[in-house]
Design a protein around this ligand. Sequence first.
Ligand SMILES: C[S@@+](CC[C@H](N)C(=O)[O-])C[C@H]1O[C@@H](n2cnc3c(N)ncnc32)[C@H](O)[C@@H]1O
Length: 253
Amino acid sequence: MRINLANSEIVVEDEHGERRLALDTPEAFAVLSDAWVRSGWANRHSYTFTWFGRPVIQLPSDLMRLQELVWQLRPDVILETGIAHGGSLVFSAGLCRLLGHGRVIGVDIEIRAHNRQAIEAHDFASEITMIEGDSVAPHIVDRVRALIKPSESVLLMLDSNHSKAHVLAELEAYAPLIKPGGSIIVADGLMDGLVELPGAKDDWSWNNPKAAIADFLERHREFEKASPPSLFNERGVADGGSHWPGGYLRRIA
Ligand SMILES: C[S@@+](CC[C@H](N)C(=O)[O-])C[C@H]1O[C@@H](n2cnc3c(N)ncnc32)[C@H](O)[C@@H]1O
């Protein structure tokens, strides 16, 4: 795809021919958002933020959507796979603190000593429980389940190993914790759109979280794809600038 940018429009050339799109159209916004996300990914833009002192490997726009979902659902537990430096745990824990409700459980295959120390010393540590281990290992899944009462509502956020098999196994392991009306966020649904970029792998075209979601939804009619939360959207514009496209699921039955 080739994009020529002028003051008030873009000219897009791709396999469908040439399109002129005024900048104030949703189509132009979608094309430019996609280009921005791809360039941002290639430049590791999501590796430039901290939340209350901890590196958080997310785009701010995705964190805003997470915040909207937490506000809407007020879950008893936010369960996250993939801790890294702890920024997303601290983000969710801070929301729980502000709401005066909820706590966070994080799982990571390797919690480095300096990260553990910083998270345990953090102002929001009292809202956080960390478990070290492979998020799909049966004994780890059992440990997580043991921390959650059957009556508690869970918001699940998957951001660990993004291979199709792993994400599918995580969904199978933890989706039963979600009650009707509850949600799952699967991060990094953008991977199939990155394959031509330096740093991406060829198998990302099929070996990705989106493919895991498709298989999961085939087997689990009690879940459906959901849009990102949209509590305020003056012009009804589709979400742009996300690493989580197609990553929202809702339990409907
Ligand atoms: C993208 S980072 C998580 C970023 C974090 N959620 C944030 O927003 O800052 C992915 C993490 O997943 C962890 N991970 C990789 N494979 C895993 C597995 N099988 N089980 C649990 N965690 C895993 C890695 O150790 C890494 O810390």
